[in-house]
Design a protein around this ligand. Structure first.
Ligand code: AP5
Ligand code: ZN
Length: 210
């Protein structure tokens, strides 16, 4: 099954993608995580992406489409995948169609902007493996340390309040039109992502038929 999770920054795409990935045994593909890894490693893609990411803007369609194409060609994607953070523009969605990828379902996780700003101020991410936590809603067992790899958990650079506002603006202008794009194709399902993580997981799993 090929799935897309759509939603504003901080709506919980990454959190729910992890749950679905486990339930359906298909990989989670986060373009944000791939890009952050590229920035950390100083690769050519990373150098191109860094400034855009830190300002809350989108990385160019050309770069992201290239990354995605390479990733879904890998062996572990044979039985399906969950896209978390891609597509983010209409040209990216069109590129996916042009690759001949059939998407079974697009789940929008809807959370109002006010909730997003509060949520992202408490997010912490692992420097080592990228795992995501929240100081109030999903704390790691030992404060400041990752449960999975023991790495330090830190505030993501683009979670600074002014950058979050910019990311929300970019989402409404450039990504929200994808709701119409997929609704027209009969693939869109919206779940409310404002309740606690486990409640949203139930709704999301139901939406994908798991
Ligand atoms: P990306 O990493 O994709 O960031 P994003 O879309 O802004 O999404 P987030 O990771 O911030 O949030 P999320 O929805 O995954 O929420 P999470 O589960 O972590 O992209 C970063 C940047 O990369 C972009 O700005 C852009 O520059 C670039 N980029 C990436 N893809 C691109 C593309 N396709 N095209 C162009 N550029 C691209 O949850 C957030 C927090 O809330 C966590 O702390 C979590 O624990 C907590 N939480 C989750 N659910 C709940 C809940 N129900 N209740 C309480 N807390 C919750
Ligand atoms: Zn870790």
């Amino acid at each position: 099954m090929n799935l897309i999770l759509l939603g504003a920054p901080g709506a919980g795409k990454g959190t729910q993608a992890e749950v679905i990935s486990e339930a359906l045994s298909i990989p989670q593909i986060s373009t944000g995580n791939i890009l952050r890894e590229a920035v950390k490693n100083g690769t050519e893609f990373g150098l191109k992406a860094k400034a855009a990411m830190e300002s809350g803007a989108l990385v160019s369609d050309e770069v992201v489409i290239g990354i995605l194409k390479d990733r879904i060609a890998q062996d572990d994607c044979k039985n399906g995948f969950i896209l978390d953070g891609f597509p983010r523009t209409v040209p990216q969605a069109e590129a996916l169609e042009a690759m001949g990828v059939n998407i079974d379902k697009v789940v929008e996780i809807y959370v109002p902007d006010e909730t997003i700003s509060k949520r992202l101020s408490g997010r912490r991410v692992c420097e080592g493996c990228g795992a995501s936590y929240h100081t109030d809603f999903k704390p790691s067992r030992v404060a400041g340390k990752c449960d999975k790899c023991g790495g330090n958990t830190v505030i993501r650079k683009d979670d600074e309040p002014a950058t979050v506002l910019e990311r929300l603006k970019v989402y409404h202008e450039q990504t929200a039109p994808l709701k119409d794009f997929y609704a027209k194709r009969g693939k869109l399902e919206t779940v409310i992502g404002q309740e606690e993580v486990s409640e949203t997981s139930k709704l999301t799993l139901k939406a994908v038929g798991a």
